[in-house]
Design a protein around this ligand. Sequence first.
Ligand SMILES: [Zn+2]
Length: 161
Amino acid sequence: MNVRDTVPLPPFLNVIRSSSRLSYMQEQFMLMAIEKAREGVKEGQEPFGSCVVKDGKVLSLTNSTITQDNDPTAHAEMNAIREACKTIRFPDLTGCEIYATFKPCEMCMEAIKRAGISTVYYGAGPGDVKYPTLLMELNIRSGIALDECLELVSVKYSSLK
Ligand SMILES: [Zn+2]
C-alpha cells in the first residue's frame, strides 16, 4: 500500500513513499540513484543521487555536485532534470518519473513540477534523520521599476493594474 506524504502538495505531484509496490525495474532505478550517490561521496560530494526515467528508459543519472561545481543549486535532482532535458533536447519532462535517494528539497520539488514531472520516488526523508531547518531571514523588496518590469512580462502575463 502506498503511503502518501504528509506534506501538502499540489494534486498533480504524486509522491509515493512506500517501496512495497515498486516493480523490479523501479527498484533498479532507485538502486542506480543510490550507487550514483555513493560514487559522489567517494569524490567528496554530498550523499545524494537521482535519476529521471521515461517509459522505462533512464534519461539521466546524477549525484549532488555542489562543491565540485561551486553551485548551491547543483542538487542531485536539479542535475538529473538538467541532464534529462539535455538528453531529450527539450525543456519539458512531462511523462517522466524522478527517483531520489532523499526527499527532494523545496527548490528541487519546484523544479520537478516546472519540468512537468508528475511522479516522485524517494528513499529517506527529513522525518527519518535529524534534519537541519533553514532559519535564514530573507529581505525582499518588490515593486521596483514596476512599470518597466511589467512591460517586460506583458508578452506572457496580463497585468492586474
Ligand atoms: Zn534539492
